[in-house]
Ligand binder design. Structure first.
Ligand code: F1P
Length: 349
């Protein structure tokens, strides 16, 4: 088996898992509707690593769609610093907990959900890729997307599959019927993007003159920028950080130079403000990689003709592929990132 074979396969077949995620939400729609109708005043999304970043992306979108207060916390924080997340005044039934985990076996997530289950009466929704694991057993309802399962350590297909499920579930909670059915168009658009931008991902990934990457995304895209940044770190051992667009001017831009790549996950709603940041960084010497629905100078254009709350998953494949190529160019195995294992299981918690 050549290094990176699994990762490459998982990235390039991920759209099948997107479709399965939509089918899973569709099949569970009655149960999900009942769950979202239950009494709660806030939603906590939780996970670790990639699935914490997924939680960030999902919480922003959930709040945007439903108007309900939603936030994301790392499972380790929910477990060890509970009072920074759940107020002691919190009514027992007022939190809906949405736990996300590829493996369904990460110790922090399990312990945090167990603790919540034992001390609060709020309902628990789990989003995962494996049915026969401890986490789904703790849930009132689980969304299991088996086609998202992976051989590789770093999450690519799994992340996208669970993200699609979280978005579709948020649309259901918010009554966004048309947006939910529009999501079925994403798979075809994702496949086209993977084909048309494979070369760009390779060219950017193989350019080892670049020594640092910044991923900018705001609103519902910030969690996705965090995830793209994590791929670059895990797979390629490259200095990389995520920021909200306008935050980048407030200090981080001092790191920009001729070997910097600034990746912009641009929105339509704030395009001009976000584009201005990229242009400023270009003037400071950075290489810009821009992704957006459309735009004259945008490198990766989706042309999805879908609303921006629908097409978030389209930001991922080209960036995952860029990390894959950079790992290979550095002589690393994208399937087996340095020091990492697929699941963090601890006997100390
Ligand atoms: C979470 C996770 C992965 C990461 C690493 C360790 O796993 O942090 O995101 O890539 O391999 O575990 P999970 O709870 O989503 O299975």
């Amino acid at each position: 088996m050549k290094p990176g074979n699994f990762t490459y396969h998982e990235i390039t077949t991920q759209t099948e898992a997107w479709v399965e995620a939509l089918d899973v939400v569709e099949r569970s729609s009655a149960d999900l509707t009942a769950l979202f109708r239950s009494r709660y005043s806030q939603v906590i999304f939780t996970g670790c690593g990639s699935t914490y970043y997924l939680s960030q992306a999902a919480a922003a979108l959930f709040q945007e769609c439903t108007g309900r207060i939603a936030r994301a916390v790392p499972a380790g924080e929910l477990l060890l610093n509970e009072r920074t997340v759940l107020s002691s005044n919190t009514n027992n039934e007022s939190t809906l907990l949405i736990a996300i985990s590829r493996s369904g076996a990460t110790t922090e997530t399990l312990r945090a959900v167990e603790h919540f289950k034992n001390h609060y009466n709020g309902k628990i929704l789990v989003i995962t890729n494996y049915a026969d694991r401890p986490l789904p057993r703790l849930a009132n309802l689980s969304l299991v997307i088996e086609k998202g399962q992976e051989e590789s350590v770093a999450q690519t297909r799994s992340f996208a599959s669970m993200y699609v499920a979280a978005v579709a579930a948020s649309f259901l909670a918010g009554g966004f019927r048309a947006e939910r059915s529009a999501m079925y168009q994403l798979a075809e658009k994702g496949q086209i993007l993977l084909k048309t931008h494979a070369h760009l991902a390779q060219e950017m990934g193989e350019n080892l003159n670049f020594d640092r990457f910044y991923f900018l995304g705001s609103g519902i895209r910030y969690g996705l920028a965090c995830e793209a940044n994590l791929k670059m770190k895990e797979m390629t051992l490259t200095h990389s950080e995520p920021f909200h667009f306008l935050e980048f001017r407030h200090g981080p831009m001092s790191m920009v130079g001729g070997q910097t790549v600034v990746v912009g996950l641009l929105s339509e709603s704030n395009f001009s403000h976000e584009w201005a940041v990229l242009e400023e960084m270009r003037n400071l010497g950075a290489k810009i990689l821009a992704l957006a629905e459309r735009g004259e100078k945008v490198d990766v254009q989706f042309h999805s003709q879908l609303p921006e709350i629908v097409y978030g998953v389209l930001y991922l494949p080209v960036l995952q592929l860029m990390a894959y190529h950079r790992a290979l160019a550095k002589g690393l195995d994208p399937d087996r990132p340095t020091h990492l294992s697929a699941v963090v299981e601890l006997d100390t918690l």
